[in-house]
Design a protein around this ligand. Sequence first.
Ligand code: ASP
Length: 439
Amino acid sequence: MKKVVKFGGSSLASAQQFKKVGEIIHADKERKYVVPSAPGKRFSNDTKVTDMLYGCYRLAEAGKDFKKELAAIEARYQEIIDGLALTLTLTEEFKVIEKDFKAKAGENYAASRGEFLNGKIMAAYLGYEFIDAAEVIRFKENGDFDSEVTNQILKERLDGVERAVIPGFYGAYENGVVKTFSRGGSDITGSIVARAIKADVYENWTDVSGILVADPRIIDNPEPIDIVTYRELRELSYMGFSVLHEDAIFPVRREGIPINIRNTNKPEDEGTWIVESTCQKSKYVITGIAGKKGFCSVNIEKEQMNSEVGFGRKVLQAFEDYGISFEHTPSGIDTMTVFVHQDEFMHKEQKVVSAIHRLADPDSIDIEADLALIAVVGRGMKSTRGTAGRIFSALSHANVNVKMIDQGSSELNIIIGVTNEDFEAAIKAIYDIFVLIRL
Ligand code: ASP
């Protein structure tokens, strides 16, 4: 068995956290490949090292003095080194970083140093080999991640390497220039390494005991999800779940490797399993509830729209012409509604409205703002009757007016549109009926 273990920033924010991580790794000899993030927050109003690096580099780029800021970053690492009683020193590394900052090596390079340095400490602490991600994670010239070349390089590099530390979040172009993934990208690195070595499990260690059925800012102490499929998670992530970087699913998905989300501060908890498919039913029929505010609906009416071939295409053309992506398009006989992100649409609304008139010649167009979309996701809905009925009776009891309903043909999710105002009440009502009352 081989496991890849990725530790997030809060799991590596201090020497004390590093020690917990060390214990977790030593507790299972299959935890062979370690992907660290940069040190995160030690307390709630602390600053992540990645943000300190961005700030410091902004000064460097503006030609201002950045010594004090760089020294504060060095102190964060030194505190960890001292707390772990390591003999390692990062003085040389910081000299190089200072020189590179002065030479304006770029924001990506600057941010990547957070993981690079933490990887050095982790390798020294564990006695594992350090492998610089710039040598093994490759980006294409257009900035996209090069999955196939990376997979090849990594496979060859890790062949015969028993145990290694590979920093998360960054890689490089073929010419060696460093590039990072988007924020939270160490999750992707862990997934890439897991794919390359065909790991049995990709363990992603963070500061919560798995993925929760609903957002804890809306529901008090929501239940954790034991097991969720890649597809369910994709739906939930798209609608706002943020435990794992959205793109972290793709590499492991290709090899069917399960992801196990675990809590560094409660290693005894089983956490959440993210798998390709399972015969295990969700405890509550639904797997999770996610949602987002800030949508607009554009309602278009035209008599006998249903018999006009190409009407929908013409309407959507107007959105495409102005670079606006649409979320959902429920329709009636003489009406069609297009849901869009309000912030994207707001500045272009009048242009889009005239384009719809020009292209599709509707009778009227009516825009409604401040709407929210809620996704009720669950692989169990397919084989359970009455799920939609339960959702809508719960919403009506909670006095929530449903503006839109959309059930995908996969029967994996039901999307509900409500006003921004009703958003929290709607999520509570759905959570209660399925999880608390379990009607
Ligand atoms: N350190 C980076 C960030 O704060 C990447 C990561 O933690 O995954 O976004």
